[in-house]
Structure formats: C-alpha cells, structure tokens
Design a protein around this ligand. Structure first.
Ligand code: ADP
Ligand code: MG
Length: 637
C-alpha cells in the first residue's frame, strides 16, 4: 500500500469507529439518551472524515463544468439522504464507497507493480574500464557503438553487444520468459536487460543505448497501455453518456411521481401528507443514484486489458496495445512464414553437388558474395565457410529478395540463390536429387554447382498446430519462398495442410490479402514471420506477429505482437490469453450491468433501500476487480 492508500485506510477505520456506535444508538439497539443534534454531529464527523475528498472532487467537477462523475453521484445521494434525516444511510454509503475505492486502488496498483516488476529491465549504468584498469560507472546513454564495457556478476547488461572476453550464464527471464539460464562465451551476442549471473563479461557494444533491446521493450510496454481497445473506448464513452442520463433519471424519479400523486391524489393512502410522499421518492432517487454508479464496469474493463498485457509479457509475449489484444481474440486464420518461424532458419550445409570446382572454393565464393546479407541462408553459408569473409574482396553487391544475391568477388561475377535467380541471369541450374533447400551458384554467368542445405523444425513446431486449433483457430496456412518440395515436407511434418511455396515477398502480401478477403466478417487473419523479407506482410495482416525480436529491427517495428523467444507455441498462447481476457471483460460487463439493472428496478419500485444499493455496488465492484485480476495469471508453457 502506498501513502495515499494507507491514509484512506486510516480514515475509513476512524470513520467506522465513530459510525458503528452512533448508528447502533440511533437505531435504538443501544439505549442511550442523546439529543438529535448530538447524533447528527457525530455522524457528520464520521461522514467528513471518510468523504471529504469525494465532496471536494465533486465540487471541483461542478466548477470545471464536468460535473457528471462518480463523486458527483455519491455526493448528491449522500447529502440528500442526510438532509432528509437519514444520517445513518448517508454516512454508510460514503463509508462503503470508500472501502470499494481503496480496494480497487490496491488491486490496480498491484497489477501495475507486477508488470513493472517484470519489466524491471531498465539498466541504470554501464561500467567502462579506465586506463588504470579501474571500473568507472557511466550513464549508458553516453556509450558509443563499438565501445568495450564490463558487466560484473549480478549486474544487468545495459546495452546490446557481443562477448569479447569471459564466460557466464545469463538470466533472460525478463526478456523471454525463459527461466533456464543461458550460457554465453566469447563471440556470442547478448541482449540488454539480461542479468549476468556468474562470470565477468567484457562486451563490445553493437547498438546505442536507445536502440538496445531493453530500451525498445520499455518503450513498447509504456506505449501499450495508451493504445486503447474498442471495449475500453466504448466504456469511456458509455460512462460519459450514462452518468448524466442517470442523474436526470434520478431527478425525474424524485419529482415526477410525487407531483403526480399530489395532483391526482392517487396513491396517497398510507401517507400523512404530501411532504412525506416527496421524502419517500427523493430517498428512492438517492438509492437509484447509488446503484447506478458505473464504477465496477468503468474500472474492471481497462484493468482486465492491463492485466492481460501484463500476463502475456510475463511469458515473453509483447502485445503492443489493448486494441491488438482484442483483435487477437478473434483470430480465425493463422498464416506462417516457414523459414525462421516454423523452422529454425539455422541451415546446415549437408552437401555440395555438381561442383565445377572444389567444395572449399565454391563455399568461399558463396560466403563472400553473401557477406553483407543477413538472410538465414547467408548466415548458414558463412558458418559452413568457417572463416571471416574479407569484405574488401567483394563489390557491387545486389540482394534480390526471394531470389538471392549477385556480387563481384575478386572481380568475378558470382550469383548465389535459387532457381529463379539462375533463370534470371541465364544460367542453367541442375536439379538436385535429394530433398532440402538448394542454393545454386553461378560464376561469370556459368553454372558452378549447388549446395544442399537443410533446416530443422523448431522445438514445439509440431505442437503449435494442435495448440492453435485448441485455442479456436480454424485455418492454418504456411507461406514460403522456398521450393515446393521442401515446403511440402515441412508442412507435412508439422501437420499444416495448406501451404503455398516459391513465393516472392510481394506474392506473400498478395496471398495474405486473398486470405483477408476470404475471411472478411468471419474472423481475423494473423501473420507470423521473422521480419526478414516479410515486414510488409506483417503490417498488412490484421495482426502481425514477429519472431526473432531478438534479431530483426524491421519486424519489431512492423509487428503488433512480438514473441521474445521465437517459440511458435507462443502464438497459440497469445491467442488463448486474449480470448480469456475478452471473456473476462464480457463476464464483468454482463454481471455488473445485470446486477445493477435488477437493483434499479427494485429501487424504482421502492423495494431496495440505500443499504442494499451500496452493498450491491461495492460487492459487484470487488468481484469484478478480482475477476479482472485473473487476466494476469497465465499458465507457463
Ligand atoms: P522464406 O519464405 O523461406 O522465409 P525468403 O522469401 O526469405 O524465404 O526467400 C525465399 C528463397 O529465396 C529462399 O528459399 C532462397 O532460395 C532464396 N534466397 C533469398 N535470399 C537469399 C540469399 N541471401 N541467399 C541465397 N538465397 C536466397
Ligand atoms: Mg522468411
């Protein structure tokens, strides 16, 4: 509890200590002779102790010409009740209302804190080594790209970089939701926001602080709450219209029936005079006001979304706003990119065929031609080559997406890519007899042989399709730029029945647009990709889900949902979280409005008094908030 909440708690306790005995006396349960003004004074002490801030806020609202809020409802209802001599009810309403407020503020604070706790990745400083070998703490903002920094055990990595020296284990839970530590050694890339658990690491920074993973994630999470969902906007608008309507309805209830009774004389039986009729109806109007206070809905809907976003990020699923959470819940078609999404994108060069030169030479040419590309195929060729290619030997590089690369290596024209690329440059590609992705190489326009490379399925790729179906997804489609044969094999292994192969990036956009058109009105289309060559598709789909947030910047920008650990099962998880969250929102709206509707009718009929009204109001709010908090709890994979 913070100071404000503690303060409110103390006021509630003090007010209650005054209220209970005085109420018992006024009801005649404890027999003590006391003049009426003394009772009034004691009630007033209790009332002002607990409710002075509500009165002030209501007055402020009137002054600012925005009177219709909950404080106003409560003030009018309680002041009217007290003015009519119903001291006990007036004070009780204020007291219970504040109990509800306190509860809600503690709940909101709690979910906010658990989110910021898991987002506790903001690095405060970076260590650089001075000339005498002493470490100096500096603001990470001041570190330039390519500087050497030192991270000691127990410290947070402030900036993305590669390990220059040292070995250690990293806790990346805040980034990926993965609780097992990851071991790193020289040459490995590390991300800011991870915690160095064991050894001292010397890092060469690869990004500026602002561009580092930790800063980007924080930005993302901080902005997420401001992107409101339709339900939240609806509720805000609803409250703006609803509250004044209720106030006027209450006014009508207080005035019209008694005027009618006074004029016609109907229903006067049982009353001593017209004054008593008025009194009765004004009290009913007060009850009506208390019941109609919309706080349960107004508070629980945004809280549910907030908790849903928090629960998801706890699992390494970053959703960029409640609007996306909402869209995610109605996804019926999921489209996958193959490389890097379903498969690891970690190709192994398994064979070299038809080579016109020795294998090492072919690999050397290919690795050099590819030395500027960040495509998974390029990275795999580099790895197979085993040495650092010399960029000085390479010029005139042209990467043609969906095809491959053209470059001059030592002045000779080298082309590395698929059959499409070979056709394009007029070389005749020889087919491969083995299954796998085939990367052809041509030298000076003549065919020089091909590599057979093989990709592995990601862990969990097989479970993904079943998990998606369980989460309510009807159709799963895989798109790829790779060959039909490879696509078929992968689709078969993971159980995807629908796939399209040999697509250029533009074809992928067209394919997703077709799916969008077919799905119009039936549900949303999500696209999951790694952002390499498919950033346009990510932004074109109803929901773009990026893998490899740990790599591609284009993806993190273009996507609406980012999976921090590239695990495809998290797609199903994200959808399940969003469905649960939306279900809870609906439950709360129906429950709160339902209870209110019943109470409103009862109060209009004179069957409910203010006690029932406030109990219903606070009770519904507490239940709705508890229900909303459930969004925060997500089962781990
Ligand atoms: P995917 O749909 O599998 O993610 P891409 O659209 O990135 O595929 O690429 C499609 C195909 O284009 C690859 O299978 C490969 O044959 C070829 N290709 C693309 N970029 C390169 C590259 N840098 N080097 C070699 N081949 C490439
Ligand atoms: Mg791809």
């Amino acid at each position: 509890m913070n100071k404000k909440q503690k303060n409110l708690l103390v006021r509630i306790i003090v007010a209650a200590v005054f209220f209970v005995p005085v109420w018992l006396i006024s009801e005649g349960i404890i027999r003590v002779e006391m003049p009426r003004w003394a009772l009034f004074a004691l009630f007033l002490i209790s009332y002002l102790t607990v409710g002075h801030d509500i009165l002030r806020k209501a007055a402020l609202g009137v002054k600012n010409k925005k009177p219709f809020d909950e404080c106003f409802l409560m003030t009018v209802a309680t002041v009217a009740a007290i003015a009519l001599g119903e001291y006990g009810e007036g004070v009780a309403v204020m007291l219970l209302y504040q109990v509800g407020e306190l509860f809600q503020s503690v709940a909101v604070g709690k979910s906010r804190r658990s989110i910021s706790e898991l987002m506790d990745i903001r690095p405060d400083y970076a260590n650089i080594e001075g000339e005498d070998g002493k470490l100096e703490r500096v603001d990470p903002d001041e570190i330039e790209v390519g500087s050497l920094i030192v991270v000691q055990p127990g410290e947070k990595i402030p900036i993305d970089g590669t390990v220059e020296e040292g070995t250690s284990a990293l806790d990346t839970a805040a980034l990926t939701g993965e609780s097992r530590p990851r071991s790193v050694k020289a040459g490995d890339a590390v991300l800011s926001g991870s915690i160095n658990l064991s050894g001292v690491l010397r890092l060469r920074t690869t990004a500026a602080f602002e561009e580092s993973t930790a800063s980007k994630i924080l930005d993302l999470v901080e902005n997420a709450a401001s992107r409101k969902s339709k339900s939240e906007n609806f509720i805000a608008k609803f409250a703006r219209i609803y509250t004044p309507v209720v106030c006027f309805a209450a006014l009508a209830l207080a005035v019209l029936p008694p005027v009618f009774i006074a004029l016609t004389g109907i229903g006067m039986s049982g009353y001593e005079g017209i004054g008593q009729v008025f009194r009765d109806w004004v009290l009913r109007a007060c009850t009506f006001l208390v019941i109609s206070c919309p706080c349960a809905v107004v508070i629980s809907v945004p809280l549910s979304f907030f908790a849903g976003l928090g629960g998801a990020s706890n699992q390494g699923i970053l959703i960029k706003g409640s609007n996306y959470l909402e869209t995610l819940s109605s996804v019926s078609t999921v489209v996958f990119d193959k490389t890097g999404t379903v498969t690891r994108g970690n190709f192994e060069v398994t064979g070299v065929h038809h080579a016109e030169m020795d294998r090492a030479r072919l690999l050397e040419l290919a690795a050099h031609a590819e030395c500027h590309s960040s495509h998974p195929i390029s990275l795999s060729l580099q790895r197979a080559y085993g040495k650092e290619p010399d960029p000085l030997r390479v010029s005139d590089v042209e990467e043609i997406s969906g095809h491959g690369v053209l470059a001059a290596v030592d002045g000779q024209q080298v082309a590395v890519g698929n059959e499409k690329l070979m056709t394009r440059i007029g070389a005749e590609a020889l087919p491969c007899h083995e299954a796998g992705t085939v990367i052809h190489v041509a030298l000076n326009g003549d065919y020089a042989g091909h590599f057979l490379i093989r990709d592995e399925l990601k862990d969990g790729a097989k479970e993904t399709v079943a998990a998606l179906q369980k989460a309510g997804v009807k159709r799963v489609v895989m798109l790829t730029g790779d060959m039909h044969k490879v696509a078929e094999q992968v689709a078969d292994e993971v159980g995807i029945s629908e796939f399209r192969a040999e697509l250029l990036p533009q074809d992928k956009v067209n394919a997703v647009e077709e799916l969008l058109a077919e799905n119009a009105g039936k549900g949303k289309v999500a696209f999951a990709g790694d952002g390499i060559n498919d950033a346009p598709v990510l932004s074109r789909a109803d929901i773009g889900i990026a893998m490899g947030a740990l790599g591609s910047d284009a993806a993190i920008e273009a996507a609406d949902v980012v999976l921090m650990d590239d695990d495809p099962r998290k797609i199903a998880k994200a959808i399940a979280i969003s469905r649960k969250c939306l279900r809870i929102v609906r439950e709360n709206i129906i429950f709160a409005l339902g209870v209110k509707a019943v109470c409103l009718i009862l109060s209009a009929l004179g069957l409910a008094n203010m006690w029932i009204a406030i109990a219903a109001d606070v009770g519904v709010m507490i239940l709705a908030v508890l229900n909303a908090i459930r969004c925060l709890f997500v089962k781990r994979l």
